[in-house]
Each structure stands twice: as C-alpha cells, then as structure tokens.
Design a protein around this ligand. Sequence first.
Ligand code: NAP
Ligand code: ZN
Length: 359
Amino acid sequence: MAQTTPNHTVTVSGWAAHDSSGKITPYTFKRRENGVNDVTIKILYCGICHTDLHHVKNEWGITMYPVVPGHEIIGVITKVGSDVKGFKEGDRVGVGCLAASCLDCEYCDAHQENYCEKLQFVYNGIFWDGSITYGGYSQIFVADHRYVVHIPANLAMDAAAPLLCAGITVFSPLKDHGLVETPGKKIGVVGLGGLGHIAVKFGKAFGHHVTVISTSPSKEAEAKDRLGADDFIVSSNPKQLQAAKRSLDFILDTVSAEHALLPIMEMLKVNGTLFIVGAPDKPFQLPAFPLIFGKRSVKGGIIGGMKETQEMMEVCGKYNITSDIELITPDRINEALERLAKNDVRYRFVIDIAATSNN
Ligand code: NAP
Ligand code: ZN
C-alpha cells in the first residue's frame, strides 16, 4: 500500500519490490514537495548495490515493502529550496545512502552523520516527516541538500554513480587509516565486486601494493591488467594462502556472503587491521588465536560522512577514478539482480533511468 503523508504530492514513477521474491516491478508513488532545505533532482543514473539485493530479498529481515531501492543516485538539480546554499538548478549532483540525521549530536557535529543514532537511509528509512523513504530506482528524487554532493566535471555521470555508495564505503576506511595520504603499504581487498574493484583502484592511485583475495580465479587477469592489482590470491588455494601469511598491513573485506575470517586474519602482519564493510546476513566466527598472536584488529564501518563523500568525489576527479559499469535499461533490473546474486557483473550495474523518461 502506498503511504499518504501531507505534502507528499509529487508523483514519481519508479521500480519497487513488493515481497521477498527478488522481483522488481514498475511502481508509482509520491514524494514530498521541495522544501526550503531541499533540492529536487532529475535522476539520470542509479547504481545497483548488493545492499539493494539484500533489501529486495529481505535478507537482513528489515525490509518495509514496497521498497524502492537505490542509493547510488546521480542526476541534475531541477528545483532549489529558499534556504539551500551551494547548489543551483542544473548542477550535476549525487545522493548516496543518507537521507537524514539529527544534525545535532557529537557525530553529526564531527561530520560523521553516518554514525548518528538517528541516521535514516534514502530507502527503507523513515524521514523527519514520518514518511518511508524511497530510493533512486525512480525518475525524481527530493533530497535535503545537506546530503547531496557535487560531481566533478571530468567524471562521467553513469560511471560516477557507484562512487556514492561503493566509492565512499571503501574510501572512508582507507582515509581513516592514513592510507590516502601515505603510500607504500601492503593492502588486501577481499571480494572483487562493486566495492572491491573501486578499492583496488583507490589502493593503486594512493601508491600501495594491492593484493586481491577472491573466490573467482577467472577475475585474476583483469584484476591485474585492467585494475592494476599487484597480486591475486584465490581463497580456496591453501598454498597461496600459506605463502601470503603475515604479508599485509591492512585488509578491506567487501564480501556479501558468509565466509571464514581465519585465513584472512592470518594474512595480516602483526598489528594489522581487518576492516569489514561487507554485510553477510549470518554472524562471523571470530577466532581468538590470530587476534592474540598477531595483535591484530578487526573492525567495521558504514559508508562515510557527507564532507568525506565530497572529498572522495574530488579525489576521484583528481585521479579520474570511476566504476567499471554495465549500463542497463530499467526493464533489465530483474535480470541484473539475478546476475548480481550469481556474482556475474563487471563490476557494477547502473540503471539508465533517463532512458525511459518522457522528457
Ligand atoms: P558485489 O558486487 O556482489 O561484490 C561482492 C563480492 O564478494 C563478489 O564479487 C565476490 O568476489 C565476493 N563473494 C560473493 N559471494 C561470496 C561467497 N559466498 N564467499 C566469498 N566471497 C564471495 O557486492 P557489493 O555491492 O560490492 O557489496 C558487498 C557487500 O558490502 C554487501 O554485503 C553490501 O551489502 C555491503 N555494503 C556495505 C556497505 C557499508 O557501508 N559497510 C556499503 C555498501 C555495501 P570474488 O568473486 O572476488 O570472490
Ligand atoms: Zn550500497
């Protein structure tokens, strides 16, 4: 049932999942009118993140149907509220995962809105006015401007869309660990998917030695030739795992499904950090021995703050980093979700939303 909230008068065409079958169908719904702090965005492109798939299938048990997924949103501003600063009509902008936060806690004050307790997401969230949020698999978006970023002029809009979630999610941990400014470390990336392949590009741009740890031997050549990875370890190969023990300073785990942490932790040097951003539905087993014998840390994080997201965009502009994408029309979203579930994408599906638009 579509929600009815006062001021939600803007009719929007989009695509929604109505149950956990994994299927998306066209869906018309209402968004709020453009408020004083809002910008209205004509969506041109939206990436398909694995988080969308987790939600569509209710794998985390938190989906409020109908869900309109999509948090890698790129488009052009068509309307600007009277209190908005820094944005104007015609600007190329992006919206990621954040729709709202309290704007008043220690984390919001420190530009870490992503850790605000009252954080709300752009879909499957509850906005300040009590409405359920609908994401970017749709033609129009209304965003509070504090959760909008500018897209550097040299980046292609379609290939830049995945930066809004995949990009910032892997940039933030690298930044947090001093790996954006200081080169020469040995970094591992587990899972060469949407997040993982951008992590490899960042790692190389920032001057590190990058090792991919993957379940897919077929990705080795392109990981090295296209993405510039230095080493490639197949996680089912005990010899390669053995040889890589205690070789890495920092590992970013982007895997979407259950997997063993033990061999990954053993690849860390003493004092190394395993940073988990992948979000499997089942809990990890955390073995004590590789922790205590290597003084290693395991931690996690969610996306990044808005200031950092803008900074990441500028860095991508500087190094010309975008996602490798497969551009699809909206009638192929279901096919894309099926292929994403089967790990059959290089490396991000992006929906060409405007391809179906009437104007
Ligand atoms: P993706 O494109 O599907 O990539 C995930 C990769 O994990 C796959 O390409 C595959 O790489 C590997 N993988 C898949 N199944 C596996 C299995 N059973 N065992 C081991 N490895 C497996 O997904 P994504 O969009 O990058 O997202 C990855 C995860 O991050 C998802 O869980 C998503 O929800 C989460 N996420 C978290 C945040 C955050 O803020 N923390 C933000 C965005 C996404 P190989 O073929 O190389 O093994
Ligand atoms: Zn995402």
